[in-house]
Design a protein around this ligand. Sequence first.
Ligand code: PHE
Length: 339
Amino acid sequence: MDQIKDQLAKELSQAASLEEVEKIRIQYMGKKGSITNLSKTVNFGAMGPEERKDFGRRFNEIKTWADQALAQAQARLRQGGGAAGPMPVDLTLPGARGSLGSLHPITLVQMELEQIFQGMSFIVGQGYHVESEHYNFDALNIPGDHPAREMQDTFWLTNGMLMRTHTSANQVRMIEAHGVPLRAIFPGRCFRYEAVDASHENTFYQLEGLMVDRNVTISHLIAVMKALLSQVFHRPVTVRLRPGYFPFVEPGFELDCQCLICEGVGCKTCKQSGWIELLPCGMIHPRVLEAGGVDPDQWSGFAFGLGLTRLAMMKFGVPEIRLFNSGDLRFLEQFPAAV
Ligand code: PHE
């Protein structure tokens, strides 16, 4: 009896499914089961009455024990537990595929632009998210009472600092740090106190650039912008300049490129105008050069501020700006892991 009990316990601990437990039950407790038929293995005639009684008691005990052990094994498997013994390993199963992260679409566009500008001998700078009033406004020819301060709604911090409203805040820092001549770009995150909707975010990315040298003219500005855009869009692009006002450039422009979808004929994307407004730019204002310790009679330069978020929307056809900060994997997983 003890042997049968040990054997049953062992088999139950290894059973990995309810079907296996049922087979074991039939084997031990079924009509022809080894427990059911225990009485056939003994010779009652040769037993005294005490022995017979003892056999009957132990026979009932093992049956009760077996019922309980079977019920426990069933319960364990119903709760999703596997075999209680060592887990069987199926070496033929395919391995689990680990998921790799991918680069954010704005990072992809930023990396591409950095490469293009490095090819034209521009250095890449960074700047600070938390800026002083001086670099974000005053040094850019935007004094305290200037109406331009209201053009940009600013997140002010309690210590008098602010979240930079544009990457232009890094212009004078770069000139101070590197001197002239200078070719530099500085991409980064900007913050504005804006109501968020499909095309407005309170945090977005710009890529600012400037070039200062002797005799830099608007022609240089146009040439560099055309080189940049034709590399980003992988074909020659036609651009035009319209007057635009920014206190830190003079003259200031809005640079448009001929619509890449309709080639200037007029379509939905360019609102039938044939042109797409791409980036604000201009010749650096003498006061900005002065703020950076550079003599505007000796040196001149251009500056531009490209909306990285906007460019990523155009390049990848993203219709909704809020997706970029959503952290939604269904969106993010659509972009290639490397450029
Ligand atoms: N800083 C300006 C803005 O955020 C853009 C700009 C940059 C305009 C450089 C001219 C030159 O709107």
